[in-house]
Design a protein around this ligand. Structure first.
Ligand code: ADE
Length: 244
């Protein structure tokens, strides 16, 4: 890819703490993806868009109660400015425990979206008009409450970027990942063949690729059945039609 081409995915992150993303986005797969020019990351400090001279981004809730609420103005101004920095509209994600649960299928969709604008919250939450007035999809990474959306943005960015074509060295390595085909991944081994009396299964040393493939598939199904039977659905039927 030439340097003048657009990256396959541009990710804009809107946050009060851009400094927490630096090393994370430059390391390992995410860093390699950016250096290959496949992905671009842009960090934006919501505080820079506050209209008042003290750059206040939060305020007390109307009606009283604990905690502070993120104000509308800095968030709308930041989003609108960032949106206009690229002609691709992409998708706007608002990270909140109230959102739709993030999963591998969503990561796959997002990896093809061209552009993601990710809005991280802090404090007790967002002013409700941010939800009402912005074209955002609300996304949660799980049923627990983080102190802010930043770790969730890292999770979404990581799971998404590794699925952008060309990011992983071996195209098949994303296909083998847990969840890629609705199954958990099969067990992996590397040298030595025996460690503290624990042996690598003979089949993996056999050199018989067909048997290895079958063993891995069986192990993936077995592991999924024992740990996450909710994922299985019709997998048993798939196994039968494959083997029969
Ligand atoms: N912000 C706080 N908790 C969160 C969660 N579980 N998912 C996404 N964003 C969040």
């Amino acid at each position: 890819m030439s340097p003048t081409d657009r990256p396959a995915l541009r990710i804009d992150i809107l946050t009060l703490f851009p400094e927490v993303f630096g090393p994370f986005l430059q390391t390992s797969i995410l860093g390699i993806a950016a250096r290959k020019g496949l992905v671009e990351y842009h960090l934006h400090n919501i505080r820079d868009y506050s209209p008042d001279k003290h750059q206040k981004v939060d305020d007390r809730p109307y009606g009283g109660g604990p905690g502070m609420v993120m104000r509308c103005e800095p968030v709308f101004r930041c989003y609108e400015a960032v949106r206009d920095m690229d002609e691709r509209a992409g998708r706007l994600l608002l990270l909140t425990p109230q959102g739709r649960q993030f999963d591998q299928a969503m990561a796959r969709d997002l990896s093809r979206s061209g552009r993601l604008i990710v809005l991280c919250g802090r404090y007790e939450g967002f002013d409700e008009r941010i939800r009402r007035g912005m074209p955002a999809e609300e996304v949660s990474i799980g049923d627990y409450v983080l102190s802010g959306g930043e770790p969730a943005a890292m999770v979404v960015a990581d799971a998404t970027v590794r699925l952008v074509p060309g990011v992983l060295g071996h195209e098949e390595s994303a296909q083998n990942d847990s969840f890629a085909d609705g199954l958990l991944e099969y067990p992996h081994y590397t040298r030595p063949a025996e460690f503290r009396r624990m042996k690598v299964p003979d089949v993996l040393l056999s050199g018989n690729h067909q048997e290895i493939e079958q063993w891995r598939r069986e192990q993936a199904v077995k592991r999924t059945r024992s740990r996450r039977s909710d994922l299985l659905g019709h997998e048993d039927e798939r196994m039968e039609s494959k083997n029969g």
